[in-house]
Write a protein that binds this ligand. Structure first.
Ligand code: BGC
Length: 923
C-alpha cells in the first residue's frame, strides 16, 4: 500500500462575530472541493491527506485548533461518532495535508468526514461532510481476469510504419435479482476504454485511463454505477482503442500488445448479499464494429453502416461474435488512478469556412486547440467525410501539414444516410486550428461543427489580466498551450508524431503552470512515471513514461524529477513526492557522479540551451559557437543546484548525514565550476552567453564580490547585442525573467516580455500564433521540428506574471503552500493596472493594483490562516494609507521597514485596500 496519497479540501466558512473576544461563531458552509471531481472514489493509499479552507470576512483569522472525525457511515458522522478516526482536539494551525491517522482502512471502505476548527476569533460549526472511498488494496481483491483477444483481424491496419487497429467491442449480460444498495465498478481498459451499462455511457472520462508504462503500473478508474443497475437483466459494454498500448509506430516506440481490459463490478444488495461481475472468457467480443481504425496520431475511421444497434443492451444477438479470451497481464501493478482523467473541458465553435479548392473546405476554429471535431451531416448512405487537421495554412489557403511529420491526422466518417447524423471520434485527438473537410454532402456551414477541447480535468486556479494587450494575449496563448499539453502526462506537443513527456520542457514550466491550474496530482503522477522509468543503474531518461527509451545521461532533462518535487512542496505543501522519491533521486544523483563526474565537473550534456534563437531564420538550432553555452557549464551548474535541493530534501526526510554530504559536495562542485568557467579578468562565465552567466548567478555560485559584474554582462549582452531581446533557449529562459527582476532590471524583463518583434513571445502573436511556438523562429524555421504548440519556451514567464507583475509569491523556504505570502508588485509606467487571483491550498489570494493620476491603489486578499509580507512602492510609511487610514494604524497591518523603493508591512489575513501617494516606477 502506498502512503498518504490524496488530498481533499473542504471549504469551511467561519463567520466570526464582530467583537474580538473569543466566542462560538455560527458557521456557514459555502462548498466542498476535492482535488478530483466529486468525492474521490477508489483511493489506494493508507493515509490520505485532508485539507480544508477557512473563509471569513474579518481580518486576522488564524486557526488554533482543529478536530477531524471520520466515520464509516453518514449516520455515525452525524452523531459525531468517529469510528474510523477522531483526531480529538489538536492544537495546530495546519489546515492542509493533514494525514489520516485512524484505523487501518480496508478495501472498498467508505469514509465520511468533517472538520471543525477553532480560530483566534471563534469556533466554527462542523463543516459539511465529505466522503472518500477506498479502492482495491490487495491483489486478491481482483477476481477479474485480463480479457481480450491477442490477435489482429483482416480489417486491422498494421503496416510497416503506422498501425491502426479497429476498436474491440465487448459485451456481457448478467442478472441482478434484488434491490441494489451500492454498485461500484473498477476498470482499466488498455490502451483506452469506453464503458456502457444498458446502453448508457458511464462517466464523462475521455481517453482513459491515464497513460503509464504498463509493464510497471496500470491505473484503474473507479465508478459508482449504482443508479445504472436495473432489476433482472443488465448488459455491460466496453470498447477498447489503441491509445499508447498498441504501438502506433512499430519501430522504436514501446509496444505492450493487443488491447485488453480488466473490469470488476461489485454489487451490494440491500439484504447484505454481494455479487461480482468480472471480465473473463464468458464475454463476447468483436472487432468488426463501426470504429474501423484508430490511433492517436493518425486518427479514427468510423463507418456508421457497421453500427450494431443494441450491442450494449439486453437481448442483442451476439452469436456471430467471438468468445473473449483470457490474456496475460501487461505486467504492471494495478493502482488507483490519482490524477484526473481527461474530459471535454470546453466546446468552441468555428469562426470561418473557406473553399480554397473545389470539393475541399477549410474550417477555422479561431484558436489552436487540442481535442476533436464533432460534425453534423446529412447525406446518402456511404458518403464519406474526411477530416484532416493542421495548425496553420499554406499561402494558398490549404492545410500546412509538413510540421506534423508522419502523423496522418485523418478522421473519416461514413454516413448511413439517415435524416441527420452526428459524429465525433473517441480514441484520437488532434492539435489544430484548421480542419480540411472533403466529401461533405452538400455545403457545410459553421453550425455543422463543434470543437471539443480535451484535457485533464483540473481546476483553473489563476486569473490574470493587465492593461497591456500583448501581455494579456501571451497569457491567453500560454493558457491554451498548457492545457492542450496535459494528457495524463505533460506532453511536449499535441499534434505531430511525438506527444511525449519530455522532462526538460517542464522543469520550471510546471511552477508557472501551477498558478494557472491545480496540477498537483498530475505532476505527482508524472514523478511516479519518472521513477518507473529509472534503470537499475540509476539512469533516468529524457522521456517518461518511457515510450521512447532515451537515456542520454545528461543532467538538464532528468533534473525535472527533483525540481518538480520541490515545486509540489512549495506550491501545494505536498511533501509526499519528496519522501517517496528521495531514494531514487539520490540514486540518480550518485549514479551521475560516480559514472561521469571528473574533478567535480559534470561533462554530460545532450541538448545544450535547446532552441535558442538561431543566427539564421531558417535554422532550427544555432551553429554559431558564440551563441551556444558549454554543455559542461550547463551540466555542472545544474548539478550544483540539484545538490542544494537534495540537501533540503534530506533535512525534510530527517537524513542529516545525507544533508551534510550534499552540502560538502556542492561546495566542491562550486569551486570546481568557478575555477573552470569563471574568468576573473573579464568577470564572465564560459563564453559569456546570457545563459552562462545567468545560471551561476541564480544558483548562488558567483562569489559575492563579482555578482554585480557578472550581472552586468547579462544586461550588456541583452541590450547591446540582442537589442533587449531574448537570446536564450529552454535552459536560460527558465531563469531569465526572475534573474533580471531580482537584480533591479525589472524594466528589461518587462521589455523582453512585451517585445513584438523577433525573437519574442509577442512576435509569435504578431504572426498569428494563438499558442506558444516550439521555436522562437517558428514562422521561418524548417518543418522537421517546428510545433506551433509547445510550452517549453515559456520558461519562467508565467511565474513572473504571478510572482512579479501581480506580486503573489509563496515565501519560499520558510513557508509552503502560501502559508506565508510575499506580496510585491512591480508597477511600471507602461502599465495602468494588473489584476490577478490565485486559488492556493489555503484559499484565494488576490492582487489588483492600478495607477491613476499619480495614485497607486492596491487591493489584496490574504486567505484566512495565512499572513503576508507586503511591499508597497512608496518613499515612506506615512505616504501609505489603507482604506483611508494611515496604513500602520490599520487593523491587521504592521509596519516592518523601508527597503529600497518599498515600504514593508506585515499583514494578517483579510481584504485590504492600500493607496500610496507617490507613484514609484520600480527599477
Ligand atoms: C521535443 C522537445 C524535447 C526535445 C529534446 C523535441 O523533439 O519536442 O520538446 O525536449 O525534443 O530533444
Amino acid at each position: 500500500m502506498k502512503h498518504f496519497r490524496f488530498t481533499f479540501i473542504c471549504l469551511l466558512a467561519v463567520i466570526v462575530s464582530p467583537c474580538s473576544c473569543l466566542q462560538k461563531a455560527p458557521v456557514e458552509l459555502i462548498g466542498l472541493r476535492c482535488e478530483m471531481r466529486n468525492n474521490p472514489l477508489g483511493i489506494d493509499c493508507s493515509n490520505p491527506r485532508l485539507s480544508w479552507e477557512i473563509i471569513g470576512s474579518q481580518r486576522d483569522i488564524y486557526q488554533t485548533k482543529y478536530r477531524i472525525i471520520v466515520a464509516s457511515s453518514p449516520k455515525k458522522l452525524n452523531n459525531d461518532e468517529g469510528d474510523l478516526w477522531d483526531s480529538g482536539i489538536v492544537s495546530s494551525d495546519v489546515s492542509c495535508q493533514v494525514s489520516y491517522e485512524g484505523k487501518p482502512l480496508e478495501s472498498r471502505a467508505q469514509c465520511f468526514w468533517k472538520v471543525k476548527v477553532t480560530t483566534n476569533k471563534g469556533e466554527s460549526a462542523w463543516s459539511k461532510s465529505a466522503c472518500w472511498t477506498m479502492g482495491l488494496l490487495n491483489d486478491s481483491d481482483w477476481q477479474a481476469q485480463w480479457t481480450g483477444l491477442d490477435k489482429s483481424f483482416e480489417y486491422d491496419r498494421p503496416d510497416a510504419s503506422h498501425t491502426r487497429l479497429s476498436a474491440r467491442y465487448f459485451r456481457k449480460e448478467f442478472t441482478s435479482e434484488k434491490t441494489v444498495d451500492r454498485a461500484v465498478l473498477y476498470i482499466s481498459g488498455l490502451g483506452l476504454y469506453k464503458l456502457y451499462i444498458n446502453g448508457k455511457e458511464i462517466g464523462d472520462q475521455e481517453l482513459a485511463p491515464t497513460p503509464t508504462d504498463y509493464t510497471k503500473s496500470i491505473k484503474y478508474n473507479t465508478l459508482d454505477v449504482t443508479k445504472y443497475i436495473q432489476k433482472k437483466t443488465n448488459t455491460l459494454g466496453v470498447v477498447l482503442g489503441n491509445g499508447r498500448f498498441f504501438t502506433m509506430r512499430p519501430n522504436g516506440v514501446k509496444h505492450f500488445g493487443f488491447p485488453k481490459m480488466i473490469m470488476q463490478l461489485e454489487i451490494e444488495y440491500a439484504d447484505g448479499n454481494k455479487q461480482a461481475v468480472i471480465s473473463d472468457t464468458t464475454w463476447k467480443v468483436t472487432a468488426d464494429g463501426p470504429i474501423r481504425a484508430n490511433n492517436e496520431f493518425d486518427g479514427e475511421e468510423y463507418d456508421a453502416n457497421k453500427e450494431m444497434p443494441g450491442w450494449n443492451q439486453n437481448g442483442f444477438d451476439a452469436d456471430n461474435w467471438l468468445q473473449a479470451e483470457q490474456t496475460t497481464s501487461p505486467g504492471g501493478v494495478l493502482e488507483a488512478q490519482i490524477n484526473p482523467n481527461i474530459r471535454v473541458m470546453e466546446i468552441i465553435k468555428p469562426v470561418a469556412i473557406t473553399k480554397p479548392d473545389s470539393g475541399k473546405y477549410i474550417l477555422d476554429m479561431g484558436q489552436n486547440m487540442v481535442g476533436r471535431l464533432k460534425i453534423h451531416a446529412k447525406g446518402k448512405k456511404g458518403d464519406c467525410v474526411t477530416l484532416r487537421f493542421a495548425e496553420t495554412l499554406k499561402p494558398d489557403g490549404t492545410l500546412y501539414l509538413d510540421n506534423l511529420r508522419s502523423a496522418e491526422v485523418t478522421d473519416k466518417y461514413t454516413l448511413k444516410g439517415i435524416s441527420g447524423e452526428s459524429w465525433e471520434p473517441v480514441f484520437t485527438y488532434h492539435g489544430f486550428r484548421y480542419v480540411e473537410i472533403t466529401g461533405y454532402p452538400g455545403k457545410p456551414s459553421l453550425k455543422d461543427f463543434e470543437g471539443k477541447v480535451l484535457y485533464d480535468e483540473m481546476e483553473t486556479t489563476g486569473t490574470f489580466e493587465t492593461s497591456d494587450p500583448v501581455l494579456n494575449q501571451i497569457y491567453k496563448n500560454a493558457y491554451w498551450g498548457i492545457r492542450g499539453n496535459y494528457r495524463g502526462m505533460p506532453t511536449d506537443c499535441p499534434q505531430r508524431d511525438e506527444r511525449m513527456g519530455w522532462l526538460g520542457d517542464r522543469a520550471t514550466g510546471s511552477l508557472g503552470e501551477s498558478f494557472v491550474f491545480n496540477n498537483n496530482n498530475l505532476y505527482a503522477k508524472w514523478l511516479d512515471d519518472i521513477e518507473e522509468s529509472q534503470r537499475e543503474s540509476g539512469s533516468i531518461p529524457a522521456v517518461a513514461p518511457n515510450y521512447w527509451a532515451i537515456y542520454n545521461d545528461d543532467v538538464t532533462w532528468p533534473a525535472a524529477y527533483i525540481i518538480i518535487a520541490n515545486m509540489l512542496y512549495n506550491q501545494y505543501n505536498n511533501m509526499e513526492p519528496i519522501l517517496k522519491h528521495y531514494d531514487s533521486m539520490k540514486k540518480w544523483l550518485l549514479y551521475m557522479k560516480d559514472s561521469y563526474m571528473v574533478d567535480y565537473l559534470m561533462p554530460r550534456d545532450r541538448y545544450g540551451d535547446w532552441c535558442m534563437p538561431p543566427e539564421n531564420p531558417g535554422l532550427i538550432h544555432s551553429n554559431d559557437p558564440a551563441r551556444k553555452t558549454d554543455g559542461q557549464l550547463l551540466g555542472t551548474s545544474f548539478y550544483y543546484h540539484l545538490c542544494g535541493l537534495m540537501e533540503r530534501f534530506a533535512k525534510l526526510s530527517d537524513k542529516q548525514e545525507d544533508a551534510e554530504y550534499y552540502a560538502q559536495l556542492s561546495l566542491k562542485v562550486k569551486d570546481a565550476f568557478n575555477n573552470k568557467f569563471f574568468d576573473k579578468e573579464t568577470k564572465q562565465y564560459g563564453n559569456n552567453t546570457v545563459t552562462a552567466n545567468l545560471l551561476p548567478l541564480c544558483y548562488g555560485m558567483v562569489p559575492s564580490e563579482y555578482e554585480t559584474e557578472v550581472f552586468r554582462h547579462i544586461t550588456d549582452k541583452t541590450e547591446n547585442e540582442f537589442n533587449s531581446h531574448v537570446s536564450t533557449g529552454l535552459i536560460g529562459i527558465q531563469w531569465l525573467m526572475r534573474g533580471l527582476s531580482d537584480r533591479g532590471r525589472f524594466d528589461l524583463a518587462f521589455r523582453i516580455a512585451t517585445n513584438r518583434d523577433y525573437p519574442s513571445w509577442g512576435y509569435m502573436i504578431e504572426n498569428d500564433a494563438t499558442t506558444i511556438w516550439e521555436l522562437w523562429n517558428g514562422d521561418t524555421a524548417a518543418a522537421s521540428m517546428n510545433s506551433g504548440n509547445h510550452v517549453m519556451l515559456l520558461g519562467d514567464l508565467v511565474v513572473w506574471y504571478y510572482e512579479y507583475l501581480a506580486g503573489i509569491q509563496n515565501t519560499s523556504e520558510t513557508s509552503t503552500g502560501f502559508k506565508h505570502i510575499t506580496m510585491r508588485p512591480y508597477p511600471m509606467e507602461q502599465l495602468n493596472y494588473v489584476k490577478a487571483s490565485y486559488h492556493s491550498v489555503h484559499g484565494v489570494i488576490k492582487s489588483a493594483w492600478n495607477i491613476k493620476e499619480n495614485l497607486m491603489q492596491w487591493n489584496i486578499s490574504v486567505p484566512c490562516n495565512t499572513s503576508a509580507t507586503v511591499y508597497i512602492p512608496a518613499s515612506s510609511q506615512d505616504k501609505v494609507t489603507e482604506s483611508g487610514k494611515q496604513a500602520s494604524a490599520a487593523e491587521g497591518v504592521q509596519f516592518v521597514k523601508t527597503e529600497g523603493e518599498y515600504v514593508v508591512f506585515e499583514v494578517a489575513s483579510g481584504n485590504y485596500s492600500f493607496t500610496t501617494e507617490t507613484k514609484q516606477p520600480v527599477k
